[in-house]
Each structure stands twice: as C-alpha cells, then as structure tokens.
Design a protein around this ligand. Sequence first.
Ligand code: V07
Length: 264
Amino acid sequence: MSGRSIGGWFRGRRANAGASEPGTADESELAPDNIPRHVAVIMDGNGRWAKSRGLPRIAGHHNGMKAVKRIAKAADRIGIQVLTLYAFSTENWKRPKAEVEFLMKLPEEFLSIELGELIENNVQVRMMGNMEGLPGHTLAAVREAVRRTADNTGMILNFALNYGSRMEMMEAVRLLARDAARGELDPESITEETFESRLLSAGLPDPDLLIRTSGELRLSNFMLWQLAYSEFWFTDVYWPEFTEQHLFAAVREYQRRARRYGGL
Ligand code: V07
C-alpha cells in the first residue's frame, strides 16, 4: 500500500508510518549497545528461489553469492564481530557433479571480485571445514584470502566450507585421544575448553544468533556444539532474497529476547 492521499482520506501520519514490512526492520530500530557478537547463517533456499523463477539452480547459487556480499557489508556496518556463513556442507558432495563443480568455483569468483574491498575494510577472512577435501583451485583461492587478511582486525568473515559438525567433533576427539595416547594429556583433565580448542571454531566466541532462511527448521549438522546456547531465528525468505532489513529484523528480535530474559 502506498501512503497516497485519495479524496482527502489521508490527513496526517499513516498509522504505521516509520514501521517496516513484516519480517523486516530498519537499522535505526536496533540498540547499538546490544549487537550480537557472532551471527551464524544457514543460507538455504537458493535452488528453490531459482526454481520459483524458472531459472537453473546455479542461477540461485549465483544470486546467493550476491546476498553474501550484501549481508557481510550490513553485518560489518552494525558492528557484528563475527559472521559465519554455511557455504558448503560435507553432505553437499552428493549433489550432481556439475552443480558441485559450479559451487566450487564460487569462492574464487567471490574473492576475485571482493578480496580487495575486504582488505580495504579490514575484514579478516577465515575458513571452517575440511580444506583437504577441496579442489586445488578452490583451496588456492581461499588460502590466499585467509593469508592476505590474517592480520586484519575488523569483522571476521568465517566461511563454513566443506563443513560438518559431527566430523569436526570426531576430529577434535581424535586429536585429544592422540595427545592422551602419547602421554601428553591426562584424560581426567579434559574440560569443555580443552575440547573447544580442538574445534575448527577455536578462538571464536560461540554464535549468539543463528539465522536459517527458506523455512527449514533444522540444524543440518551445523555447529552443534557451538550453538548450545544461541538464539535461533527462522524466516521463509529464500537466501537470494535475504536483505539487510531481514538481518536487522533478526537482530532486533535477538535484542527483544535478551531484554525479556534480562527482566526476569
Ligand atoms: C556459495 C552462495 C551463497 C549461498 C549458498 C550456496 C552457494 C560465497 C562463497 C565463498 C566461500 C569461501 C570464500 C569466499 C566466498 C561460497 C560456496 C557457495 C561453495 F572464501 N558464496 N558461496 N562458496 N554460494
């Protein structure tokens, strides 16, 4: 609806003037002193978005990449310190070969366009996943981005790439068991901190907020340990259509929940 005046109906302020579309919010609605430090996102619905428009799935992935840029910029602007994006799961290898090959070119494409700007903006690029399983060309591109941004002190842009949470935890257990077998670690001394230090997220705070797009209400093997205490926010919006205003709505809801718990 427009706020247009027809025949003198419209006199002062619209009833919802200044309010946003449902499920969205403006940056001005956020409390700057309670921005989540770490936001993690399951970027779902790229294929469905394409299908709904009669486009091939890869068009959905490509438009999903544009949303990555948009959301990373918005997250940095409002002061999110860590943004983790689930770009490729260990399950995604089961997809058709041509689709996997296309997906594995996206990190290079993204970085060839964005790495310069990420460096200018002091963003630190990190990877979380099994890097050995990546094609050489993909690995070379992500390694370069990690290396060239390693000393940056701004927002951490953390890509979960060839990531699976159970695999991550099994590997952490293996590392601990190896240390124990060598006599360098007393099993009785193992704490949550000992375990966390062997996870791929070591050194990062746990996510405060998890966002999943496209209407699915599952974790799909994403950061199972790290999300133990996080707030979850779901939207039916497909990832390629996810805008800054959806991110702000998620953060505003996070802030609303934090206030309620604070009041108890
Ligand atoms: C991928 C676009 C976003 C929606 C989800 C699936 C498709 C950005 C990256 C990326 C990864 C590493 C990096 C820089 C960019 C990416 C894959 C898929 C595999 F260092 N988007 N995006 N990687 N999609």
